[in-house]
Design a protein around this ligand. Sequence first.
Ligand code: SF4
Ligand code: SF4
Length: 391
Amino acid sequence: MKDNKKLNGTVIVTYRCNARCSMCNRYKAPSKPEEEISIETIKKLPRMYFTNITGGEPFIRNDIKEIVRELYKKSDRIVISTNGFFTDRIVDLAKEFPQVGIRISIEGLEATNNEIRGLENGYQRGYQTLKKLREMGMKDVGFGMTVQDRNAPDLVPLYDISDEMGMEFATASLHNSFYFVEAKNIIKNRPMVAANFEHLINKLLRSNSPKKWFRAYFNHGLINYIYGQPRLLPCDMSFDTFFIDPYGDVMPCNGTKDKEVMGNLNEQSWDELWNSPEAEKVRNKVRHCDRQCWMIGSASPAMHKYIWKPMMWVLVHKFKALFTKTPYSMYENKICRDLREGRVTKEELDKCSTCDMCAVVNNGLSEASQEQLKYRTGEEIVAEDINNQLK
Ligand code: SF4
Ligand code: SF4
């Protein structure tokens, strides 16, 4: 397994978060700041062609600039996922790193976003931050939206706003995992959500941007995912892709039910960890994993690796676009037809999802981080932390 191939890495710099998203309970399970991944550990990471910095909310860390500075020494491209709350910190970082990518999660138009995210004035803050970054001349900025029953009707209107602003528009749908501290996420009205994806896919296909055509394929994969079907492409997480959590634990992905650990970078060197028997065990589990996630972190490397499949799909649909305004139909997917025609029931599809109403979620916290929750809630801990930081 030892080679010098550049990898695709995601660095979870903190589990602290100030939002209250309805589809993620991470804000209830924060990490302790003193335990969070240090610059020394970041220095040990391998070379990467792409790095995603995420959380929790990464801008809660007041050394985020230092982290980015260090990561640029080993990464060709960096994108930070944020809820957009810390406008000043984001703008300040962008001044030093105008090439950095910023994705601000906005969950729909103003009312829907604020309801789902639970961040005071969240939409305006996010939107104004994006506008400011654009005015500064930053190119790699955009929205990120987790599509669900509540916000699906806002999908295309939000895309239109991002398109007018010349921004990237990244989509996701509901997932369950230790990372989201959630096991009960599920799409209830699949045909309605899929119809909104279909509308978006047609818009993307009609554009003149090859990047958007491949985004259309990714969104086609999301329809397939919410219907509980096997992934369109194999999942190769942990082979040339990794996640590292705030404790230095290296993991294949953020989609597993419980945290899967390949090794710990605080204690081991990268080569030792990456070539360890534990890492091999995790790779073996990935090979047999049946969770069928479709998140950009695992789908994007697969789309590059198995490029001929999305490429064929794009060619077929671009050809159709020569003759019709709606080159894509969700009913191209057999499972959508099966549900419409009663060959499969909603309840049967529910069983194909990872939703488990009885699951006890293991949040992946360290003992010390877990211990602090005995005395106060995660929300109280983080609120006090932020108050102290902003004093
Ligand atoms: S989805 Fe992100 S912003 Fe929302 S609670 Fe979870 S970590 Fe925080
Ligand atoms: S399908 Fe892939 S990304 Fe999802 S849990 Fe399994 S290994 Fe992780």
